[in-house]
Each structure stands twice: as C-alpha cells, then as structure tokens.
Design a protein around this ligand. Structure first.
Ligand code: ARG
Length: 460
C-alpha cells in the first residue's frame, strides 16, 4: 500500500476512504505508455550522467518492457492504494527487479512526471485529431465539387435570403475546419515542451541532462521554469479550447444536417447506415449521429469550463487539484475524435435532393436582391431600388407568385427602368453565376476554391 512509499513520516495508515478518494489509477492508467516511455528516457539519462549505474538502467529498461507487456495482456495488478499510474508502475518495477527499481525516481517527482505524461499523450491525440480533421476537410471538398452547380436557398435568420451553391455551403464548413486545424497545430507547439527535470517544483541537485531526455522523447525544448512546468495546465486548456470551438462548428453543421434531413425541407438524405429507427414508430429514420455530435459539444464545452475553473485558484506550484484535469481532458479528446470520425464518414456520403433545394430557392423571392442590383445598373439609386423591389415582392406575396413568374408589363408597373433582359437576372443560376468574385457563390468560384483546397490538402 501507499504507506510503504512514505511510511517514514507517518504514524498511521491512510484512511480507507481517503485512499479511494485520492486514487486516480482507474483513469490515469490510460497514460501507461507515456509513463513508461518517460521513465525509460529518464533512467537512461541518469545512467549516462553517472547518477545510476548502466546495469541499473538496463534492468529498469527490461523491467519496464515486461510491465508494458503485462499491462497490455491485462494481467497487471492495478492497486488503488498506490494512487496513480506512476506509483503502480514504479512499485511493480521494484517488485520485479528489486534494488534498481528503487533508483528510478532519483531526481524526479510525480509532479514533473505527470506533466510529461500528459504532454506526450496530448501530442499524439492532437496528431490524430488533425488527421481526422483533414479527412473530413477532404470529404467536404469532394462534396463541394460534386454539388458546385446545385442551387439551394441561402438563409439568414433561417429565412430564405439569396440562392447559393450547395458546394459553396460545404466550403463554408471546410473553412471553419481549416481554422480549427490551425488552432490545434498552434496549441501543439506549446504542448510539446519537456517538464522532466523540474522534479517536485525547484529542480534537482543531480547533474542531469535535460536536453538528452528532451531529444529522447521528441520534445521541442525543455521547459524554462520548474515552478511553471509542474503547475500550469494551460497547454491542456488551450487544446480543450480549440476542441470546444471545433465542436461548436460541428454542432452547427449537425443542426443544419438535422434541418435538411427533416421532411420539412427534404434537402438531403443521409445514408441508412448513419441513421437509426424508432422502437415504436415504424416509419422513422432519425439523424441521431448528427444529434449526438451536437450533444457531445456540450461535454467538450463543459470540460473547458472545468479546466479553466480548476486552474484559476491555484497558487504556484503543484497542487493536487491538478489530478482532476485528466477526466475532462480525456473526455473532451474522445468526444472530439469520435465526432470528427462520425462526420468524416457520414457527411461526404449524403445525397442532395437537388430538385428540392432548387424548388426551395425558387420560393421566398430569393432573387429580390438581384432585381434591386439590376435596377441600380439601370441608374436607380440602391435605396430606391430596394423600395421598388419591396413593392413587387409584396405584390407577389399577395398573388402567390415569384418575381420570375410575373410578366414584363407587370414588373414595369413597379419601375419603367425594367427591360426584357430582367428575366436573366431573375433566374437562380444567373443569380449564382453573377456573384463571380473571390469568396462569392458562383459555381466557377466554388470550383476555384475546390482546386485551392486540394492544393492545400495535398496527399497528406
Ligand atoms: N496523480 C497526480 C496528478 O495527476 C500526480 C501525482 C502528484 N501527486 C502529489 N501528491 N504530488 O497530478
């Protein structure tokens, strides 16, 4: 039990409830690979610096190999009385190799050890997320190309606003994910710093070589201040913050997918394999995957809040509060990973009901702005044009007809500046094609952006 580890100072064993209350091995065992990797690098460095013998380092290395295999085979005797992953592995090492195992923790503390473990773990997690993000981006770009000429209503306030290309809409999602990726890459730089050597808080009296452990573990640089290195978890907060924002984006996409898959719009069909049925209503096909992604965003936002609050009251340096960082961090990372995977698989596989999206764009006077712009080109001031078209729309609402369905004489009743060529600007495809500039919805621009995105994504 733990008493063995600090028995010198204590006169009684840890209270049983306190032992359970302070144990974290049931969740931080997830860091066993990182913990073992860090211990290997530390032991080798200690030997190279003459702090422990080469024989001890070799024994430690072999012992850790055996323990890793034991954990992977499910045979490791995890003991909550040993608190966390670090003491479980260290105690087992000493059980297996004896004296040498007791030398591993020289010049090290669990405080710099855990900070190192989390950073190693998070680095890999971020790389996985970036790979998934890029897979999703690629899928959206393919979908954008496929639907570049597909007309749908663009909305503001969820009211029909102007026609847009469905592909353009997909590229809007893509742009969000490009920024999400940049934020993750940026956070990774500050994650990839090496705390080992900071020990408990002040550094160590042993002649260690931090550059060696840094290089061995693939970190960019050793941290520059031991107090800071063992205490701050801002790197984890930055990651969860980037994750929270990504989940906000995914949640917005989810919301649109749910609306589009509803018979109320009928814009898209989601593949059956990504939908679920109802236990009572035989006709149902529900977009549960999208709803779950929207729901999981709440967990990640909650994790961000938890970590910010966890940190804010802590004086330097390490405090045990920090043990509470792991569950929200793990949960946020898992939720983001699964959500990205779900959407990377599902979204590019949706089918657009092009007749429905086009019909919806034809309702709601989506080309009213095009008519106003037309009048401006005939010399009418924009504010006057806006009022003229407003009257025409009111007439159309009363008659139940769209602008394009009115006769020329009818339209000329609102402005004599209107000529026969007006019908070209009132078509949906004409409306799209006319917005032919960088960032505009013209299918030609969508294709240009698709090409640029492919260039950016390359093959990696
Ligand atoms: N399990 C702790 C954590 O997650 C690391 C151990 C440090 N414990 C301590 N009493 N100094 O942060």
């Amino acid at each position: 039990d733990a008493k063995g580890l600090w028995s010198g100072r204590f006169t009684e064993a840890t209270d049983a409830f306190v032992a359970a209350f302070s144990a974290s091995e049931h969740y931080d065992r997830r860091l066993y690979q990182e913990d073992i990797r860090g211990s290997r690098a530390h032991a080798r460095m200690l030997a190279d610096c003459g702090v422990i013998s080469a024989d001890d380092a070799a024994a430690i290395d072999a012992g850790l190999d055996a323990i890793e295999a034991e954990i992977e085979a499910g045979g490791f005797p995890w003991d909550p009385a040993l608190e966390d992953v670090h003491m479980n592995i260290e105690a087992r090492l000493t059980e297996r190799i004896g004296e040498a195992g007791k030398r591993l923790h020289t010049g090290r503390s669990r405080n710099d050890q855990i900070a190192t473990d989390i950073r190693l773990w998070l680095r890999t997690v971020i790389d996985t997320h970036i790979t998934l993000l890029r897979r999703f981006q690629r899928g959206l770009v393919d979908l954008a190309e496929r639907e570049a000429d597909t007309v749908m209503p663009g909305f503001t306030h969820l009211q029909v606003a102007q026609p847009v290309s469905f592909g353009h809409h997909m590229l809007a999602w893509y742009e969000m994910l490009v920024r999400d990726e940049a934020r993750l890459r940026d956070a990774r730089e500050r994650v990839n710093q090496m705390p080992l050597g900071s020990a408990a808080l002040a550094g160590t009296t042993f002649p260690i070589d931090r550059d060696q452990t840094c290089a061995a573990l693939g970190f960019d640089a050793p941290t520059r201040n031991s107090l800071d290195a063992v205490s701050d978890r801002d790197f984890a907060i930055e990651f969860v913050s980037a994750a929270a924002l990504t989940m906000t984006h995914l949640s917005r996409m989810a919301e649109e997918l749910v609306i589009w898959a509803s018979p109320l719009t009928g814009f898209i069909d989601l593949p059956d394999r990504f939908c679920t049925g109802s236990s009572i209503m035989p006709q149902k096909k529900n977009p549960d995957v999208a709803e779950l992604v929207r729901g999981k965003s709440a967990r990640v936002h909650g994790a961000l809040h938890a970590l910010l609050t966890l940190m804010k009251g802590q004086p330097l340096a390490y405090n045990r509060d920090n043990q509470e960082d792991k569950e929200p961090l793990f949960d946020a990372a898992d939720a983001l990973r699964d959500s990205l995977r779900a959407f990377a698989d599902m979204v590019p596989a949706l089918t657009v009901n092009r007749d429905r999206t086009r019909a919806a764009a034809r309702e709601g006077f989506a080309t009213a702005t095009d008519l106003a712009d037309y009048l401006v080109r005939q010399g009418v001031a924009f504010r006057d044009a806006h009022a003229i078209v407003g009257k025409a729309v009111a007439h159309g609402v009363a008659e139940g007809r769209d602008l394009a369905e009115m006769s020329l004489t009818e339209l000329q009743g609102f402005s004599t500046a209107i000529g026969e060529d007006v019908f070209e600007v009132l078509t949906l495809d004409g409306s799209l094609a006319a917005r032919d500039h960088t960032g505009g919805t013209a299918p030609a621009q969508v294709r240009r952006q698709v090409a640029a995105a492919r260039e950016r994504l390359g093959s990696g």
